[in-house]
Write a protein that binds this ligand. Structure first.
Ligand SMILES: [Mn+2]
Length: 340
């Protein structure tokens, strides 16, 4: 009895197996291979291998007659944790050679393999930090390409030796980048901050997003709960709701707290990546000249709710002195009319 059932079972199993083998042999595997091609190349990290991967994708596009599709929700080429080091001495020219592949003039990029769903202007307030900028560009371009963003890099360079004004420079970057392209998302980033995980996506979310959630200089945690410094992203809509940033925070401090207040006063909340993905490494540096801590800045926070309507993007005044289109970035030298 047992033996008969066993034979019957073997017979059925063999029949099923041969059926599946037949089906498998007749299946069109080219589709599966297409999916695997980009995924196989996921673990490349250095810009040099990045180029090879993009060339491969490029040839895939050229060889296919189908129109481009929207990029997938999560980019397939991400690698996760990154090794970030600042103690190398490549020149800006070296970085240009290594990272310029597929960039358009002005530090612009669009994915070759699909249509990006994220038009992102990355705005960097800047003065006399060429060494930091070099590190930032070296690491960021490969990351942003892997994130399949339609992006541009805007370095907003404050002219002269007057007191620095980070938030006002960010407002200038918003206005100037929009003159060039219909960006719908803005990432405001310090020049000395590089993410340690490329899953920290440089895009916008349903809420204003604080990306630098775990900086090395704060022991990889928030210095305080309402911290909104370092790197943040806001959609155009979110940015306009708060009238942009304050223009009157001269010198170091509190302008980021003012941003946080504006956001919460408008009933929005701030979102963050988790502290593993939100890790950042900062280039070590001394305090810049003419960006001293301004002890009057925190007092201004008492007036954010009344100032927000009159001080911001609607009161911004400045004068562009020069626009320099490098391969790796657009640098806008600007006079922001500092206090005399
Ligand atoms: Mn810093």
């Amino acid at each position: 009895m047992n033996k008969r059932y066993f034979r019957l079972f073997i017979g059925v199993a063999l029949l099923a197996a041969s059926y599946w083998i037949t089906v498998w042999l007749h299946h069109d595997h080219s589709a599966i291979h297409d999916h695997h091609t980009p995924r196989n190349t996921v673990v490349e990290r250095s810009p040099a291998t990045d180029v090879t991967r993009e060339q491969q994708r490029n040839s895939i596009i050229l060889n296919s007659s189908s129109p481009m599709h929207p990029c997938p929700l999560s980019p397939p080429g991400l690698v996760g944790p990154l090794r970030i080091e600042f103690d190398w001495n490549r020149t800006m020219n070296d970085v240009r050679k290594e990272c310029s592949e597929h960039l358009q003039e002005g530090g612009r990029y669009q994915p070759l393999e699909c249509i990006s769903q994220h038009k992102v202007a990355i705005i960097i307030p800047y003065r006399n930090r060429q060494d930091h900028l070099k590190h930032w560009l070296y690491y960021m371009h490969p990351i942003l390409k892997r994130q399949q963003l339609d992006y541009g890099v805007y370095v907003i360079h404050q002219h002269g030796e007057g007191t620095f004004n980070r938030a006002k420079l960010l407002n200038v970057g918003y206005v100037e980048s929009l003159k060039e392209y219909a960006y719908d998302c803005f990432v405001f980033s310090d020049v000395d901050l590089v993410p340690m995980d490329d899953r920290n996506l440089y895009r916008c979310h349903d809420e204003p997003h604080h990306m630098a959630a775990a900086m090395d200089k704060f022991g990889y945690k928030l210095p305080y709960n309402t911290y909104f410094g370092g790197v943040v992203s806001l959609s155009q809509e979110q940015y306009m709701q708060i009238n942009g940033f304050a223009n009157e925070y001269w010198g170091w401090g509190a302008e980021d707290d003012d941003m946080y207040k504006r956001i919460t006063l408008k009933g929005m909340r701030v979102s963050r990546p988790d502290s593993r993905i939100g890790m950042y490494k900062m280039v070590r540096h001394l305090r810049d000249a003419h960006n001293e801590v301004n002890p009057r800045n925190p007092d201004q926070l008492h007036h954010t709710s009344s100032n927000m309507a009159i001080d911001g993007i609607n009161s911004l005044n400045y004068k562009v002195i020069k626009i320099n289109k490098d391969t790796l970035y657009t640098m806008i030298l600007v006079d922001i009319h500092g206090p005399k």
